[in-house]
Unconditional design. Structure first.
Length: 143
């Protein structure tokens, strides 16, 4: 998979999750810190908000906010790459081992259908989710 296609995948699923973070090695943790410092959010926060909702309207708003946060995260990652704050090597790690660990973490956080944020997050970290991300496609094409 080339870097552009891979980064496209991340555009649609770029939020961090705590179970994924717990699996990261030193290189991946360094990348994770860059993402957090740049403003990439955590899917766990959206699942907690969703769980606290008492109405369908609230749940729908949290899902909408989550989707907006994932779109923003992919733009942040693309900007980090374009500005040189995320190297080509780091981008490849992000799109491969880092993405795999975030997908695993989101999957482990799923609780059947009662964890829709983690369900969406796990789907977005799959290889097909990475390929579908237009922002990451731009990164791959530039390499």
């Amino acid at each position: 998979m080339n870097l552009v296609l891979s980064l496209g995948y991340l555009q649609n699923n770029a939020l961090i999750n705590s179970k994924g973070e717990s699996k990261l090695n030193a290189q991946e943790r360094k990348i994770n810190e860059k993402l957090k410092q740049a403003g990439v959010q955590n899917a766990d926060d959206y699942q907690r908000k969703y769980d606290a909702c008492k109405t369908d309207a609230c749940r729908q708003q949290v899902k909408k906010d989550y989707i907006e946060a994932t779109e923003q995260a992919s733009k942040i990652i693309l900007n980090l790459y374009r500005s040189g704050q995320l190297s080509t090597e780091e981008s490849m790690i992000l799109l491969t081992s880092y993405a795999s660990k975030m997908m695993q973490g989101a999957g482990e956080s799923q609780d059947g259908w009662s964890a829709p944020i983690f369900n969406m997050d796990a789907q977005r970290w799959t290889p097909s989710g990475v390929i579908a991300n237009p922002n990451f496609q731009q990164i791959t094409l530039s390499n």
